[in-house]
Design a protein around this ligand. Structure first.
Ligand code: AHM
Ligand code: MG
Length: 340
């Protein structure tokens, strides 16, 4: 693409013109989320010199140790999105219950969910981390917003995206008409378009999974990975490559840019939990982006975006990426269940 300077605002306005049903209030909401991500990006890059690294000694609702930056990023997102008049409520990985918009501000028609700082085990080692977000519409006729109003299947998302804080600060966004990538231009401190209509290659020879959990996986996942590891001499007849950043944002970004498979499957360590990653603000937004880029996203044999949520912080198994590979994984799961 020629280096025409298309800002996030211009891109959003042009989307509104070409797909008339994108309301102005959704554009303003996305701009506000992007502004918050810019602030988080600055805070993250200054964290070592400002003393913002390290843990707080507290735990979040999921029993995970909170880092200082987890809490700062959460506060930035809450504060930036409270007053704009576009939202009815927010939900976050770091908050047990929903955050309703205070009465002193006008109430809007959208619900925003986020993981303020994904991959936070990587904060201290200066490896890419990021913010993941998902936008739903508040169902009609709701007087008092409650957690149950967030429990909508992922296919009802009106927007989703993430921002990575790595070598570059990158915002990846879908409004349901393909996926666009923006980079934070440090000269004028705004997001500018670098790529549109992202397309994940159907075929790939690269997978991402935490191999240290291998002994706990279900048979279909083991079968798939065993076949990849067998390489050229195995049933696939070709060598595979492996990558694992341990930040979902970075691993999924690689998959969106060059194809591959990302998995965090169910495993036997906590058999009652569907997986490690959270459905509403991790699995669903990433599944929406991946599908919009022509890939597939499954939880075992089921499409992630069709899962009917039952809890704000519920977990999901995640397998997403290049469609030939995810289709194969889905088939292995169906075969194991005797569905096909
Ligand atoms: P977080 O939201 O608390 O950072 O946890 C989610 C992260 C994902 O970014 C990543 O894919 C996964 O946890 C890494 O898990 P593991 O430490 O098992 O490799
Ligand atoms: Mg996370």
């Amino acid at each position: 693409m020629a280096h025409e300077h298309i800002t996030l605002s211009r891109w959003l306005i042009e989307q509104e013109r070409s797909h008339g049903h994108i309301p102005g209030s959704l554009r303003l909401l996305i701009e506000q989320v992007a502004r918050a991500c810019k602030r988080i990006s600055r805070t993250v890059s200054r964290a070592a010199s400002s003393g913002a690294l390290g843990s707080l000694g507290s735990e979040n609702v999921q029993g995970e140790v909170q880092k200082q930056l987890d809490v700062i990023a959460n506060d930035v997102l809450l504060e930036a999105n409270e007053w704009g008049g576009h939202l009815a409520a927010m939900a976050s990985e770091e908050l047990e219950t929903i955050h309703a918009i205070p009465h002193r501000f006008p109430r809007g028609e959208y619900l925003l969910m986020f993981d303020p700082l994904d991959g936070s085990s990587n904060i201290e080692v200066n490896i890419t981390i990021g913010t993941i977000f998902s936008v739903l519409r508040l169902p009609d006729g709701v007087a008092t917003v409650r957690a149950e109003h967030f429990l909508q299947p992922g296919r009802q998302q009106v927007a989703a995206g993430y921002c990575t804080y790595g070598p570059q600060t990158t915002l990846v966004l879908t409004l349901g008409h393909g996926v666009a990538v923006f980079t934070l231009d440090l000269d004028d401190s705004g997001f500018v378009l670098v790529k549109e209509h992202l397309a994940i290659p159907r075929a790939s020879r690269e997978f991402a999974i935490n191999m240290s959990n291998m002994r706990h996986w279900a048979p279909p996942v083991r079968r798939y990975i065993d076949e990849c590891l067998a390489g050229r001499d195995g049933p696939r007849g070709v060598d595979f490559n492996m990558r694992w950043v341990a930040s979902m944002v970075a691993d999924v970004h690689r998959v969106l840019e060059r194809g591959g498979v990302f998995m965090y499957p169910w495993d036997a360590r906590e058999p009652d939990r569907a997986g490690k990653l959270r459905l509403l603000y991790e699995a669903n937004p990433m599944a929406f982006l991946v599908e919009q880029a022509g890939g597939m996203a499954l939880a075992g044999h089921q499409r992630i975006l069709d899962i009917e949520p039952t809890g704000l912080h519920q977990r999901a198994a995640v397998m997403l990426g290049s469609s030939d590979e995810i289709e194969r994984l889905g088939r292995y799961h169906r075969e194991a269940l005797g569905i096909e």
